[in-house]
Write a protein that binds this ligand. Sequence first.
Ligand code: FES
Ligand code: MG
Length: 571
Amino acid sequence: MSQFRSADWFGKTGKMGFLYRSWMKNQGMPADLFDGRPVIGICNTWSELTPCNAHLRDLAESVKRGVFEAGGFPVEFPIMSLGETLLKPTAMLFRNLASMDAEESIRGNPIDGVVLLTGCDKTTPSTMMGAASVGLPTIVVPGGPMLNGKYRGTDIGSGTAVWKLTDDLKTGKITNDEYLAAESCMSRSAGHCMTMGTASTMACMVESLGMCLSQAAATPAVDSRKKVLAQLSGRRIVEMVKEGLTISKVLTRTAFENAIKVNAAIGGSTNFIIHLTAIAGRIGVDLCLDDFDRLGSKIPLLLNLMPSGKYLMEDFYYAGGMPVVLKELSKELDLDAITVTGKSHAENIKDEGICYNNDVIAGHDSPIIPEGGIAVLKGNLAINGAVIKPSAATPSLMQHTGRAVVFETIEDYHARVDEPELDIDETCVMVLKNVGPVGYPGMPEVGNMVLPKKLLDKGITDMVRISDGRMSGTAYGTVVLHVSPESAIGGNLALVENGDLIRLDVPARTIDLLVDEAELEKRRQLWKQPAYHTDRGYVSMYQRHVQQADKGADLDFLVGNSGSVVTRDSH
Ligand code: FES
Ligand code: MG
């Protein structure tokens, strides 16, 4: 009798064994596949509605080959796939739902180890959260970035180029035909956004956590070596099952601390904070917002990638990829942390980590910016915290007091921002309410509000902006995000009125509404909580149970894990 949990299905005698095996055999599976060998679930986020992951169906075949080679039994299954570009109102609303899908699909099935095939932004954290709540041996195969966008002789990056080309079209620098041509030039191969947006950030997070094979994060989706990595990952997961190398042995506090530092060095997205916190919550590592500032804010920025820099993920791969970053940060990181290989980072990269292009990956002693990480702000405007990415902000605005110009909702913002009579100048602070987890719902990427047209026409390029929403990993500006508690549940952000003074002081890590507490209390009494958007379905459950951004925006009842114990028989 096999020692693995799948034996509770395939190793059974009598009626139940018949049931569990017979239907599987309709796929042409020989009897000896059911002999107690490790069954490997390949959790696939493939979907044609998630173009960034559309190649994962092919990639799964490489994983299967590896599983077979190592003596395992691969079974591929789909879960809800979250595509960043198409899903309304925001893919983030469904991250926790997809995580439930992953968790229950893994636990309820005869699976001994899991391979997560991921790519687009939310597909990585959702599957990792689900897998962490089960706790089986788990390896991630990041799907890889698209090849560099190429347009009229220059490299254009996913997302970042869209904002720029749209401005060029508006100001008549390019024609509509040229604009349309750029559509196909930007997205010219399989893979996810090739800027250092959230998808690339998540892939690098996976590699820094030790959850994938070395080089997996930066290897382009269509590079033949991506298939090799998938096959080797298939081989490796079988060994991990035999070794009992579970996900919680890799996802230690040390691994999370390494990931925070690496994210600072690569200039990763602010969305990293929310996703890493949620994953930590599932695995039982106590990570708080202050950890990101304490561990990350003094780390030098090494990667010169768009949106803030000039290169793209393909260049990062050719320059040496993540092993170079790990090596450069060796003084800051704990490279003895164990990874899915069963070995430490240090052992994994001992023959790698040579930088082939210092303009893409700077050295630790000659960084692009001496301090690259994310700053956590607190004050009466964000009692439980807010975040800002100083490397993406304007230095002269880092200490700024200005008059609030308030938008109650995103619709209110769209309706009024370009009105010529809007009472606003470049010293004002733009405030956007009701775009938090509960308020929108789902905390969309709208925090980097486009400036009023009349100020853009004056040549103003940045202003302080504050909201309880998120911003795209491809965007930047002096943008205070993730304000917690959010306005829709009565956080002080809800009480801001036009004309109030707001003081941002990034060096002091504060964000304050300069209105006295007596006045705030008066406003609090008059404040009315917005009604929930719906009384049925997932969105209803989400609005009632979602935690605030500083806790990772997971549903309260999903925090923690339920293990991999096999439950009752189905018949
Ligand atoms: Fe999928 Fe950017 S839209 S990764
Ligand atoms: Mg995004």
